[in-house]
Design a binder for this molecule. Structure first.
Ligand SMILES: Cc1ncc(C[n+]2csc(CCOP(=O)(O)OP(=O)(O)O)c2C)c(N)n1
Ligand SMILES: [Mg+2]
Length: 410
């Protein structure tokens, strides 16, 4: 573990967190101060077939405070989703992202909403990073009409077309070739944008990754393949599944970089670098060294294939929110109390969104087909087949005997 190698003595840590250069003025309003600040990444980038970006990352007090707030919001949201699940208000599959927040936040700081993002089923925070709202998230989780997929996708299938977020995919690895297809469209339309296709260390062992890489490299597609290496695929540790766990090198002829995925500034730096690289030269792999605190999904307590010490060790040494908190305090950008107040604020924001998602009352003629709280309607049954097939192609539904047409889908 990268940060675990660092001395835990507070004086050493304070030295490490000191800026390379700094010229900010104290007593400026913390949330709007854009005075440049340069901070060294926690560990060096490791490169394969390309140069590594500089470890000195340009940032501002405003950006660091927004990293802190955004990651705290994501963390709180995931913890709330866990409680809702346990209260049986969320059903079906649900995979939580707490621990991995720096990847979503750092990536968004480097790109625009014109760039495309596509990921797997662990998608709540990626959606929030793309500008999705808490209300859309909790509504979707609870199968409500106001969800980002009209309550029909659930946890694994969040989408936000207006911010070029293409989901939310449950088939492991399937999003990788889809992402390369998006990059093909971007190259074809010459719009100077790129696609970030995120996948896990488990998915990295699939054949389709290499097929997609081959064609992307052959055609110089602006595809950035981000392997979020949280070190486990369900209950299987990476060392049991991968002959080479150096995922950044697995593209062979495709350049790659290994990054501390718990350091939001390092993630921002490498994503910026990768975007420039991909527009000029074609695909690149970014391996983000990260960690999930929760089990794989809600049915996995996450403690049978790894030790509690391992989990608490990562929390203590590498936690992405705590890292930014220490940076903010070391540079006197806010007080401990101000940071605690931000955490209180996000807690309230999450609670308010859940209350709203539960209590939304739609049109008076809304059909309540299956509801856990008295007022909140699920989508109407007639919605079952909408947004599934393209309209006008006459898709027919047969009975089990396949003889009789039972209905024509809209
Ligand atoms: C094609 C396919 N095979 C198997 C599964 C079952 N499955 C769901 S998640 C998962 C593990 C994937 O691990 P990883 O890619 O590391 O992602 P993480 O869950 O760690 O984010 C598996 C095997 C699936 N959904 N799709
Ligand atoms: Mg994994």
């Amino acid at each position: 573990m990268a940060l675990s190698k660092l001395s835990s003595s507070s004086s050493r840590l304070t030295n490490l967190l000191k800026p390379v250069t700094t010229s900010f003025l104290l007593h400026r309003p913390i949330s709007t101060d854009t005075t440049p600040l340069t901070i060294e990444t926690s560990v060096p980038f490791i490169s394969h077939q390309c140069d590594a970006p500089s470890r000195s990352v340009e940032t501002t007090p405003k950006e660091l405070l927004s990293f802190f707030r955004d990651m705290a919001l994501m963390r709180r949201m995931e913890i709330a989703a866990d409680s809702l699940y346990k209260a049986k208000l969320v059903r079906g599959f649900c995979h939580l992202y707490d621990g991995q927040e720096a990847v979503a936040v750092g990536m968004e700081a480097a790109i625009t909403k014109k760039d495309c993002v596509i990921t797997a089923y662990r998608d709540h925070c990626t959606f929030l990073g793309r500008g999705g709202t808490l209300l859309e998230i909790f509504s979707e989780l609870m199968g409500r009409k106001d969800g980002c997929s009209n309550g029909k996708g659930g946890s694994m299938h969040f989408y936000k077309k207006d911010a070029n977020f293409y989901g939310g995919h449950g088939i492991v690895g399937a999003q990788i070739p889809l992402g390369c297809g998006l990059a093909f469209a971007q190259k074809y339309s010459k719009d100077e944008t790129v696609t970030f296709a995120l996948y896990g260390d488990g998915a990295a062992n699939q054949g389709q990754l290499f097929e997609a890489l081959n064609i992307s490299a052959l055609w110089d597609l602006p595809a950035i393949l981000v392997c979020e290496n949280n070190h486990y695929g369900m209950g299987t540790a990476e060392w049991r599944a991968a002959k080479s766990p150096a995922y950044y090198k697995r593209g062979d002829y495709v350049p790659g970089l290994k990054v501390d995925g718990m350091d939001a500034l390092a993630v921002k730096q490498v994503c910026k670098f990768a975007k420039e690289h991909a527009l000029k030269n074609g695909p690149i792999i970014l391996e983000m060294d990260t960690y999930r605190y929760h089990g794989h999904s809600m049915s996995d307590p996450g403690s049978t294939y790894r030790t509690r010490d391992e989990i608490s060790g990562v929390r203590q040494e590498r936690d992405p929110i705590e890292r930014v908190r220490k940076l903010i305090l070391a540079h006197d950008l806010a007080t401990e109390k101000e940071l605690k107040d931000i955490e209180k604020e996000v807690r309230k924001e999450v609670d308010d969104a859940i209350a709203k998602a539960k209590d939304i009352f739609h049109s008076p003629d809304a059909v309540i087909c299956f509801s856990y709280s008295q007022e909140s309607p699920m989508p109407e049954p007639s919605e079952l087949f909408t947004n599934v097939y393209v309209k006008g192609y006459g898709v027919e539904a047969f009975g089990a005997d396949r003889k009789e047409v039972r209905g024509v889908l809209p």
